[in-house]
Design a protein around this ligand. Structure first.
Ligand SMILES: [Zn+2]
Length: 406
């Protein structure tokens, strides 16, 4: 874990490994090295998802997959992602060292580009593996320097007409398990060591571009302005207001965020002519999310009309909330009860690779506590003992799933 977090280490202990950056590639390289040392058979697909395989008595049997991601947000922490990859590696290494007999293969997996920080596109590697990416999803995925995700993909040989070729045959996978930090405050508050995840809230993401008129800030009278940033400000307040109205569990536990904004020209003496903002709306209820997203779109259009400016609303991603497997959950709970581990059954507010994998196989998730619920920050912390306990639970779950007859 420490070796991984030294790659991309920045100020105040922050870690930045943006997808397809040199740091992120070095992270993947380290993992390949660790997998080789552990004696795993490595396979890397075209997007760069890494699979380290330990064969069981029947190498042709569907494999149990366990893993997560190594890419991070900008100035993120050390735990979001690596806990699940290194945890799975440690579990498989332990199985190998102890010559634990397995009827089927077990694969440690590291997915590319789980975080959406660079292109506004999340769970890239697992979405491709699950056959969930359509080219129209990629059209609006552009990073801060203008690099298009579509161009990055074509540079590694992935084009419109061969997107589905990365899909993994579901018949080769028995289940997918992901250990992850909670990234929220519930486990700590309830003094529980493990969270067993029921479902994953999904995001709807929009890019909203208000286009007014850039003018001199000294010579343009207030009544003649077409200020795009003021329009954006109204929408930002509305996102907060409407999501608060739907934030209770019975209303769908909706959350909404405007996390990025770009203004043009963005100088002190000019009226902003263009304001581009990102809107991220999530819920564990598809209906509630759709309703709020519609309200936000309607309001954006209303604001533009009232101010006599233009607005473009570009959908980036629209995902459905995902229920995890109904049989893996009781299996994980059974292990917790046998071993006296205090656990909590809970939904996940954050998205994970497991929600894509759930579309092609049975998927289960194990959470370990996040100190003060902080994540996507250098202050992110999970006690080593908690990671250890989560990893042991993952190991035990892998063994039981591998031996399960389905
Ligand atoms: Zn993560």
């Amino acid at each position: 874990m420490n070796a991984v977090s030294r790659i991309g280490l920045g100020d105040h202990g922050s870690v930045t490994r943006l997808v397809f950056s040199i740091k992120e590639l070095r992270g993947r390289q380290l993992l390949i090295h660790l997998m080789t040392q552990a004696g795993l058979k490595i396979h890397i697909d075209r997007i760069g998802n890494i699979f380290g395989r330990l064969n069981g008595s029947d190498p042709k049997a569907p494999a149990v997959l366990a893993g997560s991601h190594l890419d991070t947000v900008v100035h993120g922490g050390k735990f979001d992602g690596p806990v699940g990859v290194i945890g799975a590696l440690e579990a498989v290494r332990t199985l190998k060292e102890n010559k634990v007999p397995l009827p089927c293969p077990v694969e440690v997996v590291c997915f590319v580009g789980e975080e959406s920080s660079r292109f506004g596109f999340s769970t890239l590697g697992s979405s491709l593996l699950a056959g969930q990416v359509r080219m129209e999803h990629l059209t609006n995925a552009v990073d801060a320097h203008g690099t298009k995700l579509e161009d990055v993909l074509s540079s590694v040989g992935i084009y419109r007409d061969n997107l589905v070729s990365l899909t993994r045959d579901p018949a080769t996978v028995k289940a997918y398990l992901e250990l992850h930090i909670e990234q929220g405050p519930i486990l700590e508050a309830k003094n529980k060591k493990i969270g067993i995840v029921t479902s994953i809230a999904a995001p709807s993401r929009l890019k909203v571009v208000f286009t007014g008129q850039a003018d001199h800030s000294g010579t343009t009278p207030m009544e003649m302005r077409k200020d795009a940033l003021v329009a954006a400000a109204h929408l930002i307040l509305y996102v907060e207001q409407v999501c608060s109205e739907f934030s209770q569990m019975d209303k769908g536990r909706v959350v909404g965020t405007v996390g990025a904004i770009k203004i043009d020209p963005g100088v002190i003496n000019a009226i902003p002519g263009k304001a581009e903002l990102s809107v991220d709306i999530r819920s564990i209820s598809a209906e509630a999310k759709e309703r709020v997203t519609r309200l936000v779109k309607d309001r954006a259009e209303q604001i533009a009309e009232d101010r006599n400016i233009a607005v473009d609303i570009l959908p980036i991603r629209d995902e459905l909330p995902v229920a995890l497997d109904g049989r893996l959950l009781p299996l994980i709970r059974e292990i917790c009860e046998e071993k006296g581990i205090p656990y909590e059954i809970m939904p996940s507010g954050a998205g994970h690779d497991a929600m894509q994998m759930a579309k092609i196989t049975r998927a289960g998730m194990i959470f370990v506590p996040s100190k003060r619920g902080i994540s996507h920050s250098p202050l992110e912390w999970t006690d080593p003992q908690d990671i250890c306990l989560g990893t042991q639970l993952l190991l035990e779950t892998i063994v039981r799933v591998a031996n399960e007859k389905i």
